[in-house]
Design a binder for this molecule. Structure first.
Ligand SMILES: C[S@@+](CC[C@H](N)C(=O)[O-])C[C@H]1O[C@@H](n2cnc3c(N)ncnc32)[C@H](O)[C@@H]1O
Length: 275
């Protein structure tokens, strides 16, 4: 079934107002195929029927399924090694020094748009290794959030496939991953530092409660937003980051033209942002 340009634009704009993801006309084929699947599953005969369903009392339920269809959830452990090295060797010791001076021995990290949890658990493994040295007696809180409830459920399970774990250095794999019948099961020692919940980054009423993070990762998600929706979300990250904290985006992303308050901090192989 083909969707007319007018119907495409109406549904595209609806999706944008809900979650900030913007589907340019060049993505019409992608969105169309996903919408058609949902129309078939719900019995909606026309795009208008489907649009009315989304706006009805049952809309919130249907939106969950639509989000499952239209979000891209690609992720894996140790995805951006230069970032992780910089965090471990330079930025984390800096943060710890500042917080030690203030007498706060608690570290809060947010993996925003965490998908199935690989980024959040990667950070947990790295921090876990510091529990006898830099982070001795520290409370560690890692929070993973995503709009897609299916990937959040997978993250909570902590069971992965070979593709996901392929970049984990041997030392971490030996300590924290157990293989069983072709699945890779994360140790409870890592899981206990991380909590996952559903959060729409475009929902101002929820974003204002995500306070006081020392480090925020928001990688490989804002590429799906337009400049206006990126700016809105990034402003929340700015507000929710501690003054001495760091904000990371994906390898091919930048805040150029999106936010001019964050300052760029370079490190070997990449950069991060600071207030
Ligand atoms: C490609 S994954 C990135 C995963 C991980 N951050 C990484 O870099 O490996 C993008 C994730 O963004 C999520 N996402 C898209 N729009 C979102 C929104 N408005 N709020 C929260 N999460 C969103 C998707 O569900 C998806 O899991």
């Amino acid at each position: 079934m083909a969707i007319s340009d007018t119907d495409f634009e109406r549904l595209r704009d609806f999706i944008y107002t809900i979650c900030g993801m913007y589907f340019h006309s060049s993505k019409k084929f992608f969105l169309e195929s996903r919408l058609v699947r949902r129309m078939e599953a719900t019995g909606a005969k026309t795009c208008s029927d489907y649009y009315q369903l989304l706006k009805s009392m049952r809309g919130a339920e249907e939106l969950k399924y639509l989000m499952d269809e239209i979000t891209t959830n690609e992720t894996y452990f140790f995805r951006n090694v230069p970032q992780l090295n910089a965090l471990e060797t330079k930025l984390l010791p800096e943060i710890v020094e500042v917080k030690n001076k203030m007498g706060f021995r608690k570290l809060r990290i947010w993996s925003a748009a965490s998908s199935s949890g690989e980024e959040a658990y990667t950070l947990a493994m790295i921090l876990l290794e510091k529990r006898t040295t830099l982070l001795k007696d520290w409370i560690i809180e890692i929070v993973g959030t995503d709009i897609n409830e299916t990937v959040i459920a997978q993250a909570k399970q902590g069971i992965y496939n070979a593709y996901s774990v392929r970049n984990i250095p041997e030392m971490y794999k030996r300590k924290y991953i157990r293989e069983e019948n072709g699945s890779f099961i994360l140790s409870p020692d890592v899981k206990k530092f991380v909590t996952f919940s559903k959060l729409n980054l475009y929902d101002d009423s929820k974003m204002i409660f995500m306070k006081t993070f020392d480090v925020i990762f928001c990688a490989n998600v804002l590429i799906y937003f337009d400049t206006a929706s990126k700016s809105k979300v990034v402003q929340h990250f700015y507000n929710n980051l501690q003054p001495y904290g760091y904000f990371f985006v994906g390898q091919s992303e930048s805040l150029h033209g999106v936010n001019d308050k964050f300052k760029t901090v370079h490190f070997p192989g990449g950069f991060t942002y600071k207030k």
